[in-house]
Design a binder for this molecule. Structure first.
Ligand code: MG
Ligand code: ZN
Length: 218
């Protein structure tokens, strides 16, 4: 047992070095990048579709999709108007910096303004593996319940922005927004938060304005 911790530390150290390489490549090419984290079904791919289809006229977009199997999500991102690359992790429940490095090889970074990386749906280990992306976005959703910040503090603590998706379902689902937000505030004070619905479009403008401002400030 005592030997396990140093091994894990070595793996994370190697991952962090590769993540720094990825960041340097993105910076050199002038690409701004987001890493979408969420549990399965929260609406990461729906947010990718809405973001891509609404910004496609203004920005050059690419999407890297991580999934255990299939190219369903990359196909949806491509249909929305992005250059899309699928990573199939073959069972791994998170993306790591090596996987992102391989996907970056397949893109012409000089032709991209905004890169969205959709991580594997999982609220636990994706937060432990830096990819080199500029900001991490957590996509929460109303049907998941209001207790998720309390149950998955590590993920809520480490992100740079929070999207609360499916707010159109608030009248139908037991979800105490004050309780949820208190949990978030205790872990990540002042976290920029976007309540929205990818289905109805409510709240999307504020999210798109923030993303656009991030790209422009790059
Ligand atoms: Mg997805
Ligand atoms: Zn994992």
């Amino acid at each position: 047992m005592t030997q396990r911790v140093p091994v894990i530390e070595r793996i994370l150290g190697a991952n962090d070095r590769l993540a720094a390489d990825n960041r340097a490549r993105l910076d050199a090419a002038g690409v701004f990048s987001l890493n979408f984290l969420a549990s399965p079904g929260a609406g990461k791919t729906s947010l990718v579709e809405q973001t891509v289809s609404r910004l496609a006229g203004r920005l050059r977009l690419a999407v890297i999709d991580g999934d255990i199997a299939t190219s369903i999500d990359a196909d949806r991102a491509a249909a929305a108007g992005a250059t899309a690359v699928q990573i199939n992790t073959g069972g791994e429940c998170h993306l790591d910096a090596v996987m992102l490095q391989g996907a970056l090889e397949q893109l012409d970074l000089s032709a991209i303004d905004l890169l969205i990386v959709e991580n594997v749906g999982n609220l636990i280990c994706p937060a432990n593996f830096a990819l080199g992306t500029h900001k991490s976005i957590l996509v929460a959703s109303i049907p998941e319940g209001d207790d998720k910040p309390y149950k998955y503090p590590g993920t809520y603590r480490g992100v740079d922005a929070l999207v609360i998706n499916k707010i159109d379902l608030l009248p139908y689902v037991k979800f105490d927004m004050d309780y949820f937000r208190r949990g978030v505030a205790a872990l990540n004070p002042g976290l920029v938060t976007f309540p929205l619905s990818c289905r109805t479009g409510e709240g999307l403008e504020a999210w798109l304005d923030w993303v656009t401002a991030c790209v422009r400030m790059k």
